[in-house]
Design a protein around this ligand. Structure first.
Ligand SMILES: Cc1ncc(COP(=O)(O)O)c(C=O)c1O
Length: 331
């Protein structure tokens, strides 16, 4: 039977789970590491899921109308997902993006006809950064102040929009449950907005409350600072433990995770580089962080025989201008 899709919106989700067999063997791991390859989405990241659901929920509720401009603040992947779906559905799109994200992210959004605005170009955001540092949640509030008088815009706001965790509850979680036949013991995901961890984590716990849900955050010294001007960060992820309450995104359900780990950019890079060599998957920095944490968990004697599922958010191709796969650093 012919199987022809009529829109990229039909291609979002249903991504594969791959066991990192060679990685497990190399480290003599006694637990299984299954990775969910979100780069199989039409625009190569987990954010295609939320881009589609946020837009379609807003269409259904009437908040988003024909002729509107969709706006968002993002480190890139949500922008790329929204830009593509906005193009396919005929909306204009404008993204407010961190200055230091990799150049290819800007290029991709422009290719879809989207407009990019650097955070340093928005006075309200610059002011917020001077006061609170590069905090995502505060930046979102500053953006709201900046655009409050503009008409015919719709702010997707992945940090607060319930369509974000909901789509992970409706798709990412059930896909993991079905593909493992319910045999999953530990679920590992990064936290940016908290959508993946909260949505998929809550779904998995609704099926089996004993599943351990583990969140990941970057270490403090993996952020750029005047002392570390060349430090590359794990794009898209943010601290959620040991930070002030107001920095925690509304979409992170703080009751969902049993445990959390910190990962340095170098550890994330090392794990992503290794998985490329052992199992032939080219993934981004936060995916490397997820592999690193999954491997740490797999090494623990109490996890022998268990199945660990880690979400790998995006493709390594989106990081070619960073040091992630820079020849100089590859060993
Ligand atoms: C590369 C990357 N990894 C991980 C995440 C975190 O996902 P979530 O927002 O669902 O917490 C993001 C989110 O921006 C991301 O862009």
């Amino acid at each position: 039977m012919a199987k022809i899709y009529e829109s990229i919106t039909e291609l979002v989700g249903r991504t594969p789970l791959l066991e990192l067999k060679n990685f497990e063997k190399r480290h003599n791991l006694k637990a299984k590491i299954l990775v969910k390859l979100e780069y199989y989405n039409p625009n190569q990241s987990v954010k295609d899921r939320i881009a589609l659901n946020m837009i379609e929920e807003a269409e259904r509720s009437g908040e988003l109308k024909k002729g509107d401009t969709i706006i968002e603040l993002t480190s890139g992947n949500t922008g790329i997902g929204l830009a593509a779906i906005a193009a396919a559905k005929g909306y204009k799109f404008r993204v407010y993006i961190q200055d230091q994200v990799s150049q290819e992210r800007y290029q991709v959004i422009h290719a879809f006809g989207g407009e990019t605005v650097k955070l340093s170009e928005v006075p309200e955001i610059v002011e917020s950064m001077e006061k609170y540092g590069p905090d995502f949640v505060e930046c979102v509030k500053a953006l709201e102040r900046a655009v409050k008088d503009e008409e015919n815009i719709w702010f997707a706001d992945q940090t607060r929009n319930a369509a974000n965790p909901n789509v992970h509850f409706q798709t990412t979680g059930p896909e993991i449950w079905q593909d493992t036949d319910g045999k999953v013991d530990i679920f590992v995901a990064n936290v940016g907005t908290g959508g993946t961890l909260s949505g998929a984590g809550n779904y998995l716990k609704s099926q089996n409350p004993d599943i351990r849900v583990v969140g990941i955050q970057p270490t403090e010294d993996s952020f750029q600072s005047p002392e570390r001007p060349d430090q590359e960060e794990i794009t898209g992820v943010h601290p959620f433990e040991n930070v002030e309450e107001r920095f925690i995104p509304a979409n992170l359900d703080r009751k969902v995770y049993d445990d959390w780990y910190e990962v340095h950019t170098n550890q994330a890079y090392a794990a992503a580089r290794e998985a490329a060599k052992t199992d032939g998957i080219l993934v981004g920095a936060s995916a490397g962080a997820a592999i690193h944490v999954a491997a740490e968990l797999a090494r623990r004697p109490e996890n022998e025989g268990k199945t660990i599922v880690a979400v790998l958010p995006d493709t390594g191709l989106r990081y070619l201008s960073t040091n992630l796969f820079n020849e100089e650093f590859l060993v």
